[in-house]
Design a protein around this ligand. Sequence first.
Ligand SMILES: Nc1nc2c(ncn2[C@@H]2O[C@H](COP(=O)(O)OP(=O)(O)OP(=O)(O)O)[C@@H](O)[C@H]2O)c(=O)[nH]1
Ligand SMILES: [Mg+2]
Length: 284
Amino acid sequence: MGLRETLARTRQLFSRLISAPVVNEEELEAALLSADVGIQATRQLLNAIRRPSPNPKATLEQEIANLLRSATPAKKPPVPLPEVIMLVGVNGSGKTTTVGKLSRYYADQGKRVIVAAADTYRDAAAEQVGIWAERAGVEIVYSQKGQDAGAVAFDTITRALQNQFDIVLVDTAGRLHTRQDLMAELEKIKRVCAKVKPGAPEEIWLVIDATVGQNGIRQAQTFHQRLGLTGIIITKLDGTARGGIIIPVVMELKLPVLFIGTGEGINDLEPFDPESYARALFEN
Ligand SMILES: Nc1nc2c(ncn2[C@@H]2O[C@H](COP(=O)(O)OP(=O)(O)OP(=O)(O)O)[C@@H](O)[C@H]2O)c(=O)[nH]1
Ligand SMILES: [Mg+2]
């Protein structure tokens, strides 16, 4: 699904408002809050359109793009391969699906990808991510339920080092951010990665379901404190009117949104671009 279609329901909140010659501030405020833009960002955006402007829509787009760009990561120096990317998040946020989509995304760039089936909690979790790996045509290191998740990551990175893989994608079990024991397990997986390859995991991405709204921000703060996240992936933007959630996520966490999930299929993943997003929000 394209970005425009993906944001259709969110855009509906703004369409009538934005095409009016004068923007009604109260209505805009209500629309921004409904889209889950959050109180702080909404205030900032309302301030921006209070300044006289020939084109309030363009001003809003500009302001949003600027806010989002402020967390754009500086180009990192290349890391020794394989680059290890760990996906974390609460239950059902879309981690495993996103591992499948990212596998395809990187494989399409000619990269050699291997998946670590490091969700050892849920029944058939390894089979589920196995189906995605097969669809994407990438390799996988399977696991048994109840096995040590760190050991699975260890084995996968070891194999990746021996066989010159470019990318290791680590699928982890869903967990509530409030469960101290389960959060400690993620820290352990992280430590184990560094034992096989100093500096790994180079990336820890939090997968947030857009439909949970402001709750996603609290989740993200806890994950960030415990693990030191390097980026965010927002899933299920299709079909929700809460597409504004990206703005407070970036503002409050100071972390970049790297990809967005736009559907359930393997190709329904888009690299996130602040300008295109801001434009798609207010397009007629
Ligand atoms: N519409 C839509 N559905 C998605 C997207 N990403 C994931 N899903 C759906 O969300 C549900 C959960 O996805 P999973 O990938 O299993 O989520 P998970 O985080 O691995 O779940 P746990 O391992 O149980 O924590 C599935 O039904 C997916 O099809 C998306 O971008 N859009
Ligand atoms: Mg999963």
